[in-house]
Write a protein that binds this ligand. Structure first.
Ligand SMILES: [Zn+2]
Ligand SMILES: [Zn+2]
Length: 119
């Protein structure tokens, strides 16, 4: 019939006979582990890409320009009548989802750390 012979599942201690490397249960287990590893890897890749972005001179310039054009003030505090120094520049549309807007001034909002924590 040309069918592969049944063998024991490759998982140590599992004696279920299968025509694939692992029995159904251990095949699914392996797929779940690999998916989890892939997710972890993707997160790490994204984080290091963001890291590199925040260190880039293009970002340093865009950030400085944004702060300067808003008089160095936290924009959320300003709306509420408080004058507080901006401590960071927030991406209104998140960097992760809109990398093309990463350096667009209208997407940048200088904020103090306290206001930024609300986002
Ligand atoms: Zn098994
Ligand atoms: Zn603020």
């Amino acid at each position: 019939m040309g069918q592969k012979p049944m063998r024991e599942c490759r998982k140590i201690g599992c004696h279920i006979l299968t025509r694939t490397t692992y029995c159904k249960k251990h095949r699914e287990e392996k797929q779940r582990r690999e998916a989890a590893r892939q997710r972890e890897y993707d997160t790490h890749k994204r984080d290091s890409a963001a890291d590199a972005f925040y260190k880039s001179s293009a970002w340093q310039k865009a950030r400085a320009l944004s702060i300067a054009s808003h008089y160095g003030l936290c924009q959320d505090c300003l709306v509420e009548g408080r004058f507080k120094r901006a401590e960071m520049v927030h991406h209104i549309k998140p960097l992760r989802e809109y990398p093309e807007l990463a350096l667009v001034q209208s997407n940048l909002r200088p904020l103090c750390n306290k206001c930024h924590a609300k986002y």
